[in-house]
Design a protein around this ligand. Structure first.
Ligand code: BGC
Length: 337
């Protein structure tokens, strides 16, 4: 009797184990793997470049299928998409979270189903990364260190002949146009751009700081309002990304101001239109947010998971400072003719 109960218990255990594995990994490398990609929203200039390159590279590496979903900036919607991918039996997930604070909830879901997951672009906090290691969870993050891009923005200002102090009164009056403040990229770029100025011994004065949520139209609106409110006092406009900087440029030009002469404008990403504006002298600088390097690394790390190799909790891809001297080189790199 005891033997029979034992056998039944073992069988039940096996069934539970299989069930909890869901549709998890069958592929043993990217070759032939089914990959699910979740993007926080399709309507984002930078993430559009990123996902296009990611899809292309995954296919080059032999993925059997690559399915890319639009999270429409809605975490509940994205969580559903992740659950659907798991039900469909994807071998690997690559996730650009809508909310980085949802990382632990999502990591628990994918871990329970045994699907290795590479988080990209929106960085989960350190405690969450430590939890993956402590619990042997097949989760990792591939991204860039946003403090570096902020530092580059500030350094570009310190390297100007007047160090951003257009009116020579000894203080740099600036405005800050932020991305979504929940996002580490927005927080660190905001902090480190200004830190580079104060570290260089320069005095700064914040005229206004607003959230533009990474969006060009919002960037334009915020900077137009600030130029009306503060007029010629505005010397430097920091934008957490190039999309907002492109909006800021429209506002600056319609206010009759001239970048490089009576105002400076900084972004991050190195979108082709920003690099072109820098070459034309209509923008001061940006930092290359390397979507080639990041998307390739994300896919390569996914491959390592599938091959059963050891994977670190965090992979960092460097930014590059972009000014008039390097903008053409970056355009060449981006393949823009
Ligand atoms: C980019 C932004 C983008 C955001 C999306 C940032 O790293 O610089 O352009 O909107 O990621 O999360």
């Amino acid at each position: 009797m005891k033997k029979i109960i034992g056998i039944l218990l073992c069988a039940a255990l096996l069934v539970t184990m299989f069930a909890s594995c869901g549709g998890g990994s069958k592929a043993t490398s990217l070759q032939g793997a089914k990959v699910g990609v979740c993007i926080y929203k399709f309507d984002d200039n930078f993430m559009t470049l990123y996902r296009t390159e990611l899809e292309k590279y995954l296919k080059e590496k032999g993925a059997a299928s690559v399915s890319v979903m639009d999270g429409k900036n809605d975490q509940a919607e994205q969580t559903n998409q992740i659950n659907n991918f798991i039900t469909q039996g994807v071998d690997l997930l690559i996730i650009n979270l809508v909310q980085s604070s949802s990382a632990s909830q999502i990591a628990d879901i994918v871990h329970a189903k045994g699907v290795p997951t590479v988080f990209i672009n929106r960085e989960p906090d350190k405690a969450e990364q430590d939890r993956w290691v402590a619990n042997n969870m097949k989760c990792t993050y591939v991204g860039a260190d946003a403090s570096q891009s902020g530092t580059f923005q500030g350094e570009i200002v310190t390297e100007l002949p007047d160090k951003g102090d257009v009116n020579g009164d000894g203080v740099i009056n600036y405005i800050m146009v932020m991305g979504d403040p929940e996002n580490v990229d927005a927080q660190l770029r905001t902090e480190y751009s200004v830190k580079a100025l104060t570290d260089a011994g320069l005095a700064v004065n914040l005229l206004d700081q607003q959230r533009g949520d990474w969006d060009q139209a919002r960037g334009q609106e915020i900077v137009a309002n600030d130029l009306t409110a503060y007029g010629n006092d505005v010397e430097v406009v920091f934008c957490n990304n190039d999309a907002m900087a492109m909006g800021a440029l429209q506002a600056i030009e319609s206010a009759g101001r001239t970048v490089g002469t009576d105002i400076y404008l900084l972004g991050v990403d190195a979108l082709a239109e920003a690099c072109t504006a820098i070459l034309d002298g209509r923008m001061t600088g940006t930092a290359l947010n390397d979507h080639f390097g990041q998307s390739h690394k994300a896919a390569d790390v996914g491959d390592m998971f599938l091959k059963g190799e050891k994977v670190d909790p965090y992979y960092r891809v460097d930014y590059m400072k972009v000014t008039k001297d390097t903008a053409q080189q970056v355009l060449d790199l981006l393949g823009v003719k």
